[in-house]
Design a protein around this ligand. Structure first.
Ligand code: ARG
Length: 492
């Protein structure tokens, strides 16, 4: 294959392999190579439709592009002397059909709009794949929650036993967060879904391109409205990385809890062996390595976000080569989350929860003390602060039995709870964790009926989100299929 066709006019001499390697984006360009062929086909169809290119070169180019689409790009196209796949592919096409034909594809186009279009295409696919796996994860959490609306467990604040709740209530808390992640990604998708193609270097072009037509061919909602913004902007990538970072932060919290819950100290969960590793020296070990790697991936995704936003922050309008350095961070971040979410579904779905351990812990650490204080208020008329002080003082003395409570009431408030009518039986009922859960039956609470309502509501939202991902995904694949069909029709 010929040497770099782009340098030949203006620049002289050879470059060292070090410089070529430093400048090249070939590794990351593997992500967009397929998309780039679609972009070429759309651009070529557009050139032809507008009468900018003659039939003979257009057909020869289209035949070559279809061949690359069907059989893959040759390795030479990824040679680092071309810097990027756009130049490598153009060199290949010129080699194949001659410069008189092959040298006409890049009319009205720059690698700047080309790469931005490719990245947006691939990112849309990634968002949709992620949206589907988030929907699966949410379904797993909702199914599991539906089975555990009566499974009491301790809830924690500051990692101290706080109040009883249920496993369903806990799982739904995570599902809520993941449903917001889904919504954020859907909103981001709309901002990714505009076509830079036709913006050329930044000032668009004097060739009469039909940007609506090529945008439609490539499955975009519309052309990017400003050609300078179209090549310069990467906020769409930063936004997706931010959404991914937020989602991974939640994922990491859940992983941390799985790590904690699977310890001998806590013992709330046994992870399936498939998600664990052992030790090379300690034969008894079962370690939660998938959860640990996933917890770490959250850091990698946040790192990708930090890198991406920092790379853009000092760039003047419009395209700067720095933007090339951003793209690998995007793919690294996207890949980390795309691998994580399905594994998280599998790990949670296959985990065995020890409901007896949870029940045994649910009432520990005076976790029903709040309910006792509440009952002193609701049923015996004390101000909450007084009840809070009495119960707190009883806990200080180490017991919530009637005698201790009475002593605490005298000591901390100068009153008699026995005098108010509090009985041993009353205290016993109130201190039952199931009772504490059952009375928390307002919107959002852990009582089984309140949780059932949350499950219903979230299922409806999930159906909506899953449908969006399915419908948008199939519209996008049929746009690509139609484009290929159109390209084939063009060559016959
Ligand atoms: N490989 C480049 C990137 O990823 C493509 C655009 C190059 N444009 C240029 N003017 N050098 O950003």
């Amino acid at each position: 294959m010929r040497s770099d066709q782009i340098r030949q006019g203006r620049l002289a001499g050879e470059r060292s392999a070090d410089i070529e390697h430093f400048l090249a984006s070939m590794d990351a360009d593997r992500w967009i190579a397929e998309a780039d062929l679609l972009v070429d086909m759309a651009h070529l169809l557009g050139l032809s439709r507008q009468g900018i290119i003659d039939e003979a070169p257009a057909r020869a180019l289209m035949a070559a592009l279809l061949d690359l689409h069907d059989n893959g790009l040759p390795v030479e196209a990824f040679d680092e002397r071309f810097e990027d796949i756009h130049a490598g592919k153009e060199a290949y096409l010129i080699d194949r059909v001659g410069e008189d034909f092959g040298g006409r594809l890049h009319m009205g186009r720059s690698r700047n709009d080309e790469v931005a279009t490719c990245v947006r295409i691939r990112l849309k696919e990634e968002i949709l794949a992620l949206a589907r796996s988030l929907a699966d994860l949410r379904a797993t959490l909702l199914d599991l929650a539906a089975r555990h609306t009566e499974t009491v467990m301790p809830g924690f604040t500051h990692l101290q036993h706080a109040q009883p709740t249920t496993l369903a209530h806990y799982l739904l808390a995570y599902e809520q967060a993941f449903s917001r992640d889904s919504a954020r990604l859907r909103e981001a998708y709309a901002r990714v879904d505009v076509s830079p193609l036709g913006s050329a270097a930044f000032a668009s072009t004097g060739f009469p391109l039909d940007r609506d037509y090529t945008a439609r061919l490539l499955g975009f909602s519309r052309p990017a409205p400003n050609s300078m913004d179209a090549v310069a902007a990467r906020d769409f990538a930063i936004e997706v990385l931010a959404d991914a970072s937020i989602c991974m932060a939640t994922t990491s919290r859940l992983c941390e809890e799985l790590v904690l819950w699977s310890t001998a100290f806590v013992g709330f969960v046994r992870l399936d062996d498939a998600y664990c590793s052992s030790s090379s020296i300690m034969p008894q070990k079962k370690n939660p390595d998938v959860a640990e790697i996933m917890r770490a991936k959250a850091g990698s995704v946040a790192g990708a976000l930090t890198a991406a936003i920092t790379i853009t922050k000092g760039l003047p309008m419009s395209y700067n080569r720095d933007l090339q350095e951003l793209t690998p961070h995007l793919w690294r971040g996207v890949e980390a989350i795309r691998q994580s979410i399905p594994l998280l579904s599998g790990m949670i779905g296959s985990a065995a929860f020890d409901t007896e351990r949870m029940a045994a812990e649910a009432g520990r650490g005076f976790s029903t003390a709040t309910e006792l204080a509440d009952v002193l208020v609701r049923e015996y008329g004390l101000p909450f602060r007084t009840a809070h002080r009495i119960v707190g003082r009883a806990v200080r003395h180490g017991s919530l039995d009637l005698a201790t409570l009475e002593g605490a009431a005298q000591e901390a408030a100068g009153i008699s709870v026995v005098g108010l009518g509090v009985t041993e039986e009353k205290i016993e009922t109130v201190l039952d964790p199931r009772h504490a859960v059952a009375v928390r039956d307002i919107v959002g609470g852990p009582a089984p009926a309140a949780v059932a309502a949350q499950i219903d509501e979230q299922r409806a939202l999930l159906v909506h989100d899953a449908n969006w991902a399915e419908e948008t995904g199939s519209a996008l694949s049929s746009a690509f299929k139609d484009l290929i069909l159109e390209a084939r029709r063009f060559t016959v």
